[in-house]
Design a binder for this molecule. Structure first.
Ligand code: PLP
Ligand code: COI
Length: 340
């Protein structure tokens, strides 16, 4: 609990809920965490009907605990389900399941600086059949894991790899959905990045291979020398609309900062980093929180952003967000869902 890393340890309980065509959702259970039994023909093992979410429970200064915008995760889960032809899970069932698990496993919320309890709600198609069609039966499950930093603690910034061989999402595909297949498909690129000494891939659009989209599991922001910020728009359907991204945009507006949701090309990023027009860049997500980007590499690219470490605006935004999440600052947007 002092240094849990990310997703290596799990709590004592889980939530399960079943769906059957014709009956709907049934058999909600809070139970001891245990292995799932699946027939080898279970659809998720073959055609991957799987979607998931990620959100955190935070310990508050008074000993209480809170979730952060769980209804936003519930709504994104519904959009992912719709894209994957999976059943709609009512928002209240999603949120109540998360709340119930945190209450049952409250001893597992870490109190180390920056640490939290990561919740992983997911849904899988459980019908046993090999026809390619939507499954008739599903399992919704929530598990939890005490987590610290997603990246190795102490690193001032991450290094990104620009892949020329791989893309993450194409128009009309599943980029905006949080389905396991997107992540499976990103792993060869991630392995390539690691071979090249980088931490994460920055994915470019699949059509022109020019526009910056996002990282394998995080959105991206650029900070300009005039104090303004920019992030790629999610209207293309190829980028996951991050809840951290959305929250940061609202905080930037609260602070009076200018923020644009506009396309930005990799060539422009390189030119702007070299000329000093871009002074900072960062990645953001539930797992990554706000992580400075120090360097970008690729066969055609190589540049350092600012000093290569954590920038001022990045750290100010990180503090603003985490101060709300950990109850150290007021919560003007009512983002906290207090559990006890
Ligand atoms: N992009 C991808 C591909 C992700 O997996 C995530 C993480 O959930 C994000 C962005 C950030 O989303 P959020 O801030 O909702 O965690
Ligand atoms: C999250 O931030 O919740 C994610 O799902 C990203 C993943 C890479 C852990």
């Amino acid at each position: 609990m002092e240094n849990p890393g990310f997703g290596r340890f799990f709590t004592d309980h889980m939530i399960t809920l079943r769906y059957t065509e014709g009956t709907g959702w049934h058999d909600w259970k809070l139970e001891a965490r245990k292995p799932l039994q699946l027939d080898p023909a279970t659809m998720v093992l073959h055609y991957a009907p799987e979607i998931f979410e990620g959100l955190k429970a935070y310990k508050l200064p008074d000993g209480g605990a809170t979730l952060f915008r769980p209804e936003a995760n519930a709504r994104r889960f519904q959009k992912s389900a719709e894209r994957m032809a999976m059943p709609n899970l009512p928002e209240e069932l999603f949120v109540e399941s998360c709340r119930a698990l945190v209450r049952a496993d409250r001893e597992w919320i870490p109190s180390a600086e920056g640490a939290s309890l990561y919740l992983r709600p997911f849904m899988i198609g459980t019908e046993s059949a090999l026809g390619t069609r939507p499954a008739s039966d599903y399992l919704f499950c929530v598990i939890a894991s005490p987590v610290g930093s997603y990246f190795k603690a102490g690193a001032p910034a991450v290094t990104l790899w620009t892949s020329e061989s791989f893309t993450r999402a194409a128009p009309g595909g599943t980029g905006f959905a949080k389905c396991g297949g997107n992540y499976a498909a990103s792993l060869a690129a991630q392995a390539e990045a690691q071979r090249e000494g980088c931490d994460q891939v920055v994915f470019l659009d699949a059509v022109e291979r020019r526009w910056i989209e996002e990282l394998g599991g995080m959105n991206i922001f650029f900070v300009f020398d005039d104090g303004s910020l920019q992030t790629p728009p999610t209207t293309t359907g190829t980028i996951l609309p991050g809840i951290t991204r959305d929250s940061l945009i609202k905080l930037m507006k609260d602070m009076g900062l200018t923020v644009r949701e506009e396309p930005y090309s990799i060539d422009q990023w390189q030119a702007d980093a070299k000329s000093g027009r871009v002074v900072e860049s960062f990645a953001c997500g539930t797992a990554a929180v706000v992580t400075p980007i120090g360097q970008v590499k690729g066969r055609k690219y190589g540049f350092t952003i600012g000093s290569g470490g954590a920038g001022q605006t990045t750290m100010r935004l990180k503090a603003a967000l985490t101060d709300i999440q950990f109850g150290r600052a007021a919560d003007p947007h009512n983002w906290l869902d207090r559990l006890f």
